[in-house]
Ligand binder design. Sequence first.
Ligand code: PEP
Ligand code: MG
Length: 325
Amino acid sequence: DKKRLRRLRGMAAQTMDGTTVELHANIELPADVPAALDAGATGVGLFRTEFLFMNRETLPDEEEQFVAYRQVVEQMPHYPITIRTLDIGADKSFGSSLDAGHAVSINPALGLRAIRYCLAEPPLFLTQLRAILRASAFGKIKLLIPMLAHAHEIDQSLALIEQAKAQLRKRGQAFDDTIPVGGMIEIPAAVLAIGLFTKRLQFLSIGTNDLIQYALAIDRADNAVAHLYDPLHPAILQLLSLTIQAGARAGLPVSVCGEMAGEPKLTRLLLGLGLRQFSMHPSQLLMVKQEILRADLPSIEAIVKKMLKAQEPDKIREWVQQLVT
Ligand code: PEP
Ligand code: MG
């Protein structure tokens, strides 16, 4: 079976009716790129940058970050590389000495994490932005901002990106001036006010790991409530559908980069919801591609339409089962 999957490597990810789907990889280190290429990924949909900041006593400087980002681009020069700015806090915490004097959150998942932290520490954020921008001179980089909820957070982020560009211009350093800027959709409020996002950003990436956590009030790291963490909850399907539809209406690419995207049992459901860009751990990619190659979109769409209306969990599960077989 492994051998059969391997044969799918070079094939375009296309449904039976000829719809093309992008399959990208999630990576956490430059050393993960070979596995992504080996699985046939045609881009990096999520490069988590936390590894540069975790388990150490000092912050990485611009040069160290630039080298790491360039390493990824140089290994995949013709493919889009989506670099996510620092998502520190909650389940991805700093080592001891880097809290910069901020009080420890009582509830870190709801605290000063990700973009909130970066906007509270502009020099740290600007350093990372300059490093990413400099790497953008070497390939096709896209910039992704995590944990956005407010319009003013997007506006501040965009202003800081402009400031980082101005600093590089002054130094005479090259960067891609048209670098696309996108946002993670992983807070339910962002979905319900999605127009604020489609108006300001150039692409969206749905982080289902956090979206489910915040929509269902289930700590994603707490085993005691893990049985309630349900990607098929009707509210989650609505949140996904709303985001994908809003992206389509605004003409913006939408991807899913949470664990759901790498679950072959959910591939057809996501296709039926309108998703055309998946990003996942490289180990999942060929299994998801196999599902796509066997998928007949018109019949899937008819079933997913019923699922969105039905709400009853038993019905949803029955139809998901029907989609898979
Ligand atoms: C997510 O929240 O779904 C996601 C992809 O980001 P992370 O798992 O790094 O929070
Ligand atoms: Mg997340």
